[in-house]
Design a protein around this ligand. Structure first.
Ligand code: E4P
Length: 225
């Protein structure tokens, strides 16, 4: 499963890229709002850091067709190729996705809570569909099961559309995506580091070190013996 960073904080993005294999960055209006800065200034900084070949997903704000089309044009012209326009899957959103694909834009169909939305977005030609795993649980449905249904629909229909699972609040939700074979997942740094931070592992590593020092001397490693 490909891993994407769900953040607009350049420090957090840098850290994720330093330690992990990352395939791009996703943002949304709420994530951009946390920066308190001009959105294009932040997004250009992210683009410069991840490079022109990496995927950057940027959401439109407009909810009307003409507004979505105009925003998509500006976002793509400012941020360059491999920028995916995130369009929420509403009725108007579907019309825009269809038209934007016809014009050659990369599209991430977002705000997906149901497999029906994902199916229609795939039909419209979206490159990615972004189901909101945790938010689906928030409304009393099974987020992992919905992504599995979506994956099955895409496979059964032989769509080129890929899953970009989003909205995670715990480790289990993320690993469940890898288990069901989701193509990619975008994870916020707050959840991301929980995948590896584990005091039990740290204690085990520390005990190995101490045992070796008992054999040799404090501070010794395999370089010194
Ligand atoms: C992707 O960028 C999505 O917008 C994001 O994962 C949603 O996350 P949230 O449900 O924590 O707001």
């Amino acid at each position: 499963m490909k891993f994407i960073v769900d953040s607009a904080d350049i420090g957090q993005i840098r850290e994720a890229y330093e330690y992990l294999v990352c395939e791009g960055v996703t943002t949304n209006p709420s994530i951009l709002a946390k920066s308190g800065r001009n959105p294009y200034e932040v997004l250009k900084e992210i683009r410069a850091f991840i490079g022109k070949d990496a995927d950057l997903h940027v959401q439109v704000i407009s909810t009307d067709y003409d507004g979505i089309m105009a925003e998509a044009e500006k976002i793509a012209s400012v941020l360059g190729k491999n920028t995916f326009i995130k369009v929420p899957v509403t009725k108007v959103g579907l019309k825009a996705i269809k038209a934007l694909k016809a014009k050659g834009y990369g599209i991430t169909a977002t705000a997906i809570y149901t497999s029906a939305q994902a199916y229609l977005a795939a039909q419209a030609g979206a490159d990615f569909v972004a189901p909101y795993v945790n938010r689906i649980y928030d409304i009393g449905n099974d987020g992992v099961a919905v992504v599995e249904q979506i994956q099955n629909i895409l496979d059964a229909g032989n769509y080129k559309t890929k899953v970009l699972a989003a909205s995670f609040k715990n480790v289990g939700q993320v690993t469940a995506m890898a288990e069901i074979g989701a193509y990619s997942a975008t994870v916020q740094p707050e959840v991301l580091w929980k995948l590896i931070n584990n005091p039990t592992v740290d204690a085990a590593v520390e005990a190995f070190k101490k045992d070796f020092e008992t054999l040799t001397a404090k501070g010794k490693t395999m370089l010194d013996v």
